[in-house]
Design a protein around this ligand. Structure first.
Ligand code: SAM
Length: 244
């Protein structure tokens, strides 16, 4: 595993072992394990019905196989099982995958996979629907770019891909410091500030670059919407893509 992907994994494993649900949905009043599990999973049901309603207004959607990339404890994967024959959830954190398996109410149709590679070679081109929310924003862009390319490799022809990723930081100061992020001095400063606590690193890819990347990988962008699921410091977008 590449070094900074290993850091991403260690960081998310810390969330998984300490306050997993807040690591996933960091609502201020829900830290220190204050999420109620039913309430937490209900947010996934609401999100998936909104997303699928949106998709169906734009394009036909087959209901065979769905992928939830960066599934965490399965908040969205579990909700997807109501709409697809088979759901695969994939995550880099062993602690998150262990919890996802414990919370799995549909083991016959919902399957979780640990993947610490910078590709999705565990899957072949078979997915009718791929969804990724609040995940690509937490890894250096060379990885999010690689995974977006992989989404397009494993999408079946006519399949639908929906993913969210921030574009640029709203403040100039953050835009200027962004490229420094995974460097050794930056990590050292973070260690002084946060000690061994997990941190929510944020990264984006400018919208134009995302559009170019999708096109280069053979995808067609059907729609792009401003999105508010990243933190308020970022301009963020949700992309709806198909493969002809
Ligand atoms: C903020 S949580 C969101 C979880 C889920 N998408 C949801 O909305 O409920 C981000 C998740 O992405 C996972 N993640 C981060 N980098 C990843 C990678 N390179 N591959 C797969 N999962 C990753 C983390 O372990 C974590 O579970």
């Amino acid at each position: 595993m590449k070094m900074d992907l290993k850091e991403v994994q260690e960081n998310w494993n810390k969330f998984g072992n300490t306050d997993p649900l807040w690591g996933i949905l960091a609502w201020p009043e829900k830290d220190e394990n204050r999420w109620q599990i039913d309430e937490f999973f209900a947010t996934g049901v609401a999100e998936i019905s909104e997303v699928l309603e949106y998709v169906e207004q734009q394009a036909p959607l087959r209901r065979g196989r769905a992928l939830d990339f960066g599934c965490g404890v399965g908040r969205l994967s579990q909700a997807l099982t109501a709409h697809f024959e088979r759901v695969d959830g994939v995550d880099i954190s062993p602690a998150m995958i262990t919890l996802a398996q414990e919370y799995n109410r549909y083991p016959e149709s919902c399957h979780y996979h640990l993947n610490d590679r910078d590709d999705l070679s565990l899957f072949s081109p078979d997915f009718d629907f791929i969804y990724s929310n609040i995940t690509l924003q937490h890894m250096p862009p060379r990885y999010s770019q690689a995974y977006i390319g992989e989404f397009l490799r494993i999408l079946a022809p006519g399949g639908i891909l929906v993913f969210q990723i921030p574009s640029t930081a709203r403040r100039l100061r953050n835009r200027l410091t962004q490229p420094l992020r995974p460097t050794r001095p930056f990590r050292w400063l973070q260690k002084i500030r946060h000690g061994d606590q997990p941190v929510m690193d944020m990264y984006g890819i400018p919208k134009d670059e995302v559009l170019r990347l999708v096109q280069t990988r053979g995808g067609t962008v059907l729609d792009v919407q401003a999105d508010s699921s990243a933190d308020a410091m970022w301009h963020s977008f949700r992309y709806l893509v198909t493969l002809q």
